[in-house]
Unconditional design. Sequence first.
Length: 169
Amino acid sequence: MGRQTVGWCGGQRSKASWHNAAMKLYIAGPLFTPGEREYLDRLAEQLSASGHECFVPHQEQSDVLDAPTIFALDSAGLRDAEAVVAWLDGPMVDDGTACEIGMFAELVRTSPDRYRGIIGLATDWRTWRRRDRGMADGGINFFVGGAILEYGRLVWSIEDVENTLQEWS
């Protein structure tokens, strides 16, 4: 497949280095615009600076760019992670992010001793306004929100993400 593993923050990853990090994280979120990728990169850099190793899907490199290859690379990243930090911003949760949340929820359900959980990060003012008006879970899709709440936590800031990760360490 011609794969280079550079998606984990800090360059090349090795099994030995996983034991030195506070936690291995999969950073999920929309990644189709430069602004989205920049936000995910900054989020991963901040979490990496706190000692975590971060798999960021758009940083993975492959000679082949097609659905089976991306699914294989990102699924492996999910299975290798201990927790998912899913950026939920936008008019609705990104479809790929929703899929990653669902897949990781099943991993947590079937192997709770191996996987820590899902942190859904909502920083979008539209979601905050819906939350502040009393809409359940800020109006996030009930199925996606249910997976997050069953196997993790919905948070409203990066500081909340860091606090949750510290609790789970």
